[in-house]
Design a protein around this ligand. Structure first.
Ligand code: SAM
Length: 290
């Protein structure tokens, strides 16, 4: 392909041709390394039956790789200045739809219905880092049918998503992600793989969506309130964190009783609990609430 991107020369050529000005507020760091692109595409396990949703195609680098493999790519880009560029770099592909929109405002369920008959889609992106968490949690919580999400994120965020109990990276994000999906860090990616270079390290993470969450929770809203309260005051005991939370109305005795019913020591900290233990704690407290 004549206009194949994924290297510094072509990227600079396109940027200069259109006099494109990078917008920091949109988290624009374009990939210029074909080995990284191959890794992302490989990890996403795209087949010619798949509908792929790409968030933030930029100048269309990864979109080209995706379009070569997928049945259909829907690429959602917020920056209107990139649309003429995308029309050129993706001009050879009949299976790419470009939508000039903010991904956080788009009805992805409707998109899935239109382009994939409601069947599970795959999401692939080099994400704008300033909205990584709302994008990922938005996708999970919206109940859009998703098979997997393979994304470039800030390295620390990838580590937090994959972290387990008792580690420094473990927190509300680890538990939220792991309730919906099995995370796996595919590769670490240094700043020199992008134009312009970000001032943080990056990593590709694949989140394989569970058909059913790995724990049984009667009220997942309550479980996530407990999780947030526990990690808001991470150095405090679980009991104190839950007592102090304005989002929870249980008495001190109810909380102490629930922790003890789980067989945990009274001085345990939230960061020591597994997802299953948070689920059990939530189920015990849910019964009290009636
Ligand atoms: N995919 C390209 C690549 O890998 O070279 C660009 C990735 S760049 C890190 C992030 C892209 O997301 C930019 O093109 C940016 O304009 C776009 N973006 C930022 N915020 C967005 C939003 N809310 N909705 C859709 N796209 C967004």
């Amino acid at each position: 392909m004549e206009n194949k991107l994924g290297n510094p020369q072509k990227t600079i050529e396109i940027i200069q041709k259109y006099q494109f000005a990078f917008q920091k507020k949109f988290g624009q760091n374009f990939l210029i390394d074909s080995r990284v692109l191959d890794k992302i595409i490989g990890a996403a396990e795209i087949t010619d039956e798949d509908l792929v949703l790409e968030i933030g195609p930029g100048i269309g680098t990864m979109t080209q790789y995706l379009a070569e493999r997928a049945r259909q790519v829907v690429a959602v880009e917020i920056d209107k200045n990139l649309i003429p560029i995308l029309n050129e770099t993706l001009g050879d592909f009949q299976n790419v739809v470009i939508i000039n929109e903010d991904i956080l405002k788009l009805d992805i369920g409707e998109l899935t219905e239109i382009y994939n008959g409601g069947r599970p889609i795959k999401v692939v992106a080099n994400l704008p880092y300033y909205i990584t968490t709302p994008i990922i949690m938005g996708l999970f919580e919206s109940n859009v049918p998703i098979a997997n999400i393979t994304v470039m994120v800030q390295k620390e965020v990838a580590e937090r998503m994959q972290a387990g109990p008792g580690t420094k990276d473990y927190g509300a994000l680890s538990l939220a992600v792991q309730y919906y999906a099995n995370p796996y860090i595919v590769a670490n990616v240094p700043p020199n793989c992008f134009i312009p270079r970000p001032n943080v390290g990056s990593a590709v993470i694949r989140l394989t969506r569970y058909e059913k969450p790995p724990v049984d929770v009667e009220d997942s809203g309550l479980m996530f309130r407990l999780i947030r309260a526990s990690f808001n005051q991470r150095r405090k005991t679980l009991q104190n964190s839950l007592n102090n939370s304005p989002d929870l109305t249980f008495t001190k005795d109810q909380i102490a009783g629930a922790i003890s019913a789980l067989g945990l020591p009274a001085a345990v900290r939230g960061e020591a609990l597994t997802l299953e233990q948070f689920a059990n704690l939530s189920n015990i407290l849910c019964k009290i609430k009636g």
